[in-house]
Design a protein around this ligand. Structure first.
Ligand code: ASP
Length: 497
């Protein structure tokens, strides 16, 4: 008797299904719960105070009226969703107004908020699993990759090709962004109703040279173990690279032992990552549900032209520029490659974090797209940290949009070149976490002398755009991997440094 054939949906379809289901449930919950605005009144410390807290797409607009004084702050990240990059107004609110803060926490507990809180936790559990495997996976994979290349000369070549690819694609992304924003002119078309948040409190940023130098400093960690514990990607990559190179220099039995240990560790970590991938359909569903459940869409209308410009430019870069390079330089079929990469791309979309997605990107590139470990172990971790085409493009469009909306005349060519260069540097410096591009934009605004508070205009739709630009960031890293792999010689030759 023949066994009935089990039909199992391919993983990328499962993840897509999870994403759509999560998104739909979230939208339904959103429609049933119109409680984005919480107003609290009371006597705090002897004076009458009213606090309005408006949930706008993972941000909160906090307006406090004390006596006749009115202060407004945008809080990046709903408490406590993104504590690491919050501008910490929520923290000072919590400290200064503990009674009101407690009231806010207890208020407005609707069904939707309850579900959203729990799916947030469950989605976070999935992201934690990815973070759990990320560091050991990078260390083992990079060590195996470098030892596999075998010669310092090959590593040098790989490094220069990788950097060349990163710079070229980021530059093309910025040019695309500038073209779209100059042709569409979203700032001219947007209504003045947008000036909702001109009272935003935003700290000024450190100069671009300081930011770049601090990236360089990270490459020389004073304590590699601390870098491992803190999950500092750049420090970990540079130390592992130096360690593997020195192992090649030492050679002999030491090299064999290190290679065996790294290969064994890599095999185990890959197995663990594949197990986490199997959970991706659920993880992505939870993340999407959370992203759609409470976010108000009312803020989209005045910013429609701006969003359209960013999305069209991202679409062009992801569906035209990168596939053309992939096809003609990498000699790969873009559609097949995109299908192989879809677990990573969909996770990047729902989590808005390329660092968080990295283990999935590595596993998809190696196991599904058949790119060698020697290339992926090198190109991907570095790419997640410094190659961000989507972010670079977004910086350029957003800053020009702000300029068009704020000034009467268009930004001069000279200043547009300044925007392009600083956007490139900022995309290198931005971390692969949600909203990092938004926080770093202050540097570009400062470089061309635009008022920092005008960033308030675009805060409300940042989360949605973040999802798209993060997918483009991960897509560019993956394409780079396939392209560089085509030119990578395998390291079966004698060990030479
Ligand atoms: N969220 C993006 C990333 O993780 C960075 C950004 O905010 O642009 O790649």
């Amino acid at each position: 008797m023949t066994e009935p054939k089990k039909t199992k949906l391919a993983l990328h379809w499962q993840i897509l299904l999870g994403m759509v289901a999560g998104g739909l449930i979230g939208v339904l919950l959103n429609l049933t719960a119109r409680e984005h605005f919480v107003t609290l009144e009371g006597n705090v410390a002897g004076s009458f105070t009213r606090v309005e807290l408006q949930d706008i797409n993972s941000m909160a607009l906090l307006t406090t009226y004390t006596g006749t004084e009115k202060t407004q702050h945008f809080v990046i990240g709903k408490s406590p969703a993104y504590p690491d990059i919050s501008h910490s107004d929520m923290d000072s609110f919590r400290k200064d107004q503990p009674e009101l803060y407690r009231m806010f926490q207890e208020h407005g507990r609707s069904w939707a908020r309850w579900v959203s809180d729990w799916t947030d936790r469950l989605g976070d559990l999935f992201l934690r699993m990815l973070k759990m495997v990320a560091i050991p996976l990078i260390v083992c994979s990079l060590t195996t990759g470098v030892l596999g290349l075998g010669k310092a000369e090959r590593i040098g070549k790989m490094f220069s090709r990788t950097m060349f690819y990163y710079l070229c694609t980021s530059f093309l992304a910025i040019v695309t962004g500038l073209l779209f924003v100059n042709v569409i002119q979203p700032g001219e078309r947007s209504e003045s109703a947008m000036t909702v948040a001109t009272d935003t409190v935003i700290k000024s940023a450190e100069p671009v040279s300081v930011m770049l130098f601090s990236q360089l400093e990270k490459m020389v960690p004073t304590n590699p173990l601390q870098a491992l514990a803190e999950g500092d990607f750049l420090s970990i990559i540079s130390f592992t690279l130096m360690f593997a190179l020195c192992a090649l220099l030492v050679g002999g039995k030491t090299l064999t032992t290190i290679r065996d240990v790294a290969e064994a560790g890599f095999e185990v970590m890959m197995k663990m990552t594949m197990a986490v991938i199997a959970l991706a359909p659920f993880g992505v569903a939870f993340l999407m549900l959370n992203a759609t459940a409470l976010n108000g869409t009312d803020v989209f209308a005045p910013l429609a032209w701006y969003m359209l410009t960013v999305l069209l430019a991202l679409l062009f870069h992801a569906c035209v520029t990168l596939p053309v390079i992939l096809k003609f330089v990498g000699k790969r079929n873009p559609l097949e490659f995109a299908r192989a990469m879809s677990p990573a791309l969909l996770t990047a979309f729902s989590s808005a974090s390329s660092n968080g997605t990295l283990p999935l990107t590595m596993a998809s590139v190696e196991k599904r797209a058949q790119v060698s470990n020697q290339t992926s172990s090198f190109v991907l971790p570095l790419g997640a940290t410094i190659n961000m085409d989507g972010t670079a493009l977004y910086e350029a469009v957003a800053v020009l949009f702000i300029a068009q909306h704020t000034m009467n005349e268009p930004l001069s060519i000279g200043l547009q070149i300044t925007v392009a260069l600083t956007a490139l540097l900022v995309s290198i410096g931005a971390a692969g976490i949600p909203h990092a591009g938004l926080v770093m934009m202050v540097i570009v605004l400062q470089a061309v002398g635009l008022p920092l508070e005008m960033q308030g205009l675009i805060l409300a739709v940042d989360r949605v755009l973040d999802m798209f630009r993060t997918s483009v960031n991960v897509w560019s890293d993956s394409c780079g991997c396939a392209i560089i792999d085509r030119f990578t010689e395998s390291g079966s030759g004698p060990v030479e440094v």
